[in-house]
Design a protein around this ligand. Structure first.
Ligand SMILES: Cc1ncc(COP(=O)(O)O)c(C=O)c1O
Length: 370
């Protein structure tokens, strides 16, 4: 039997009472992630400071992220949020030469735009473009230091052609950053094809909780970069306890920072393991069928979507998205909204019945559909 849909649903207690279609905001809690938190607390109780084991768990998380993204563990940094990871990355870039430009799309998550504009204080110039490769092609040139693209738009659900954008960045010798947060876990994403650096975290399709993120680099990249946002876990040897000099680790660990977020690592590992056990291709196929069912039903209702969805997120246009979310909540359906759109996101645990419930609720709220 397939390990998706009904076969896995009982491991996520939220489905006892709710139709949960909000993985774009927070993945549902599984028995495995709950148990992982229990394991962390039990170990702390039983052994006191389990530092060696905790650091080993952190390395296991690094390896799990690497496996997911098709790189080696040495090419992955552990961070506490995408914001912290991207800030560490840009701290390694210089904007005082000819490559002062950061090109970002209109679909970046706010944190990317805000971090980019913060670099204006260091001499950067931020260029905003549409999210299609052609728009990047018109803006990226030899003055570009960093190209930022988002894999799946948190606002529309559109899947962007990061491979084509990476080709443009490479052609002009610019570094390419991909924000994979809204896709990793539900869609395949491999660093080699997507960009020089891919960031994401565990809160959404990786089924864990806040406080754990990754920065995955293409092999060979890190030795070219010297982050000034750093910490002792980024040192060549954390156990040296030296204060004489800045001595970044030879691997992507140079983008780590301080004490690893141990409880979040326990949870994150459990979430990523669950995804790896089922397999991203199988999740992608399951989600694709549900999204097709949803889009057909929406079409029949005369509803429109913000973008043709190529991934797990469907954004339904609404005349009053907060009211639509509230109406869905009254029907026991957990969804979210952004930009006048109702966001319905589907994952391995959703079923055709969930989609039918969403369509029935949308039909009842027809006057709120745009
Ligand atoms: C696409 C995307 N990028 C970044 C973030 C924010 O990440 P963090 O809070 O870990 O900095 C989110 C959170 O919703 C997101 O959807």
């Amino acid at each position: 039997m397939s390990a998706v849909g009904e076969a896995i649903r009982e491991r996520f207690p939220v489905f006892r009472d709710k139709v949960y279609v909000n993985s774009c905001s927070q993945g549902a809690l599984s028995d495995a992630v709950r148990a992982a938190y229990g394991e962390y607390l039990a170990g702390w109780d039983a052994h006191g400071a389990e530092w060696e084991h905790w650091v080993e768990r952190s390395e296991a998380a690094r390896a799990a992220f690497a496996n997911l993204l098709g790189v080696r563990p040495d090419d992955v940094a552990i961070q506490t949020s995408v914001s912290a990871a991207v800030s560490a990355l840009v701290s390694a870039l210089r904007f005082d030469g000819i490559r002062n430009r950061i090109v970002i799309s209109e679909h970046e998550f706010p944190t990317i735009g805000q971090i980019a504009h913060a670099q204006e204080l260091r001499g950067a110039e931020v260029v905003h473009v549409a999210s299609e490769p052609e728009a990047y092609a018109a803006a990226v040139d030899e003055r570009t230091g960093l190209v930022c693209a988002t894999f799946v738009s948190y606002r529309t659900g559109a899947v962007h052609d990061v491979e084509a954008i990476y080709g443009i960045a490479r052609k002009h010798g610019a570094l390419m950053l991909v924000d994979g947060y809204q896709g990793v876990g539900a869609l395949p994403l491999r660093v080699a094809e997507a960009g020089d650096v891919v960031v994401g975290g565990t809160v959404k399709y990786l089924l864990a909780s806040a406080g754990l993120a990754f920065l995955a680099c293409r092999p060979g990249l890190v030795t070219e970069l010297l982050p000034t946002q750093t910490g002792w876990f980024a040192d060549e040897n954390v156990f040296d306890m030296q204060i004489e000099r800045y001595r970044p680790h030879a691997s992507a660990r140079r983008f780590d920072a301080g004490t690893p977020p141990v409880p979040n690592i326990y949870a994150g590992l459990a979430g990523v393991d669950l995804i790896a056990e089922v397999g991203v291709p199988q999740i992608q196929a399951h989600v694709r069928a549900l999204v097709a069912q949803l889009c057909t039903g929406l079409d029949e209702l005369g509803a429109s979507v913000a973008a043709p969805p190529g991934g797990p997120l469907v954004c339904i246009r609404s005349t009053d998205a907060p009211a639509l979310v509230a109406a869905f909540a009254r029907d026991g359906i957990v969804a979210s909204e952004r930009d006048s759109n109702l966001r319905v996101s589907l994952h391995l645990y959703n079923t055709e019945d969930d989609v039918d419930a969403v369509l029935a609720a949308a039909a009842r709220q027809r006057e709120l559909l745009a």
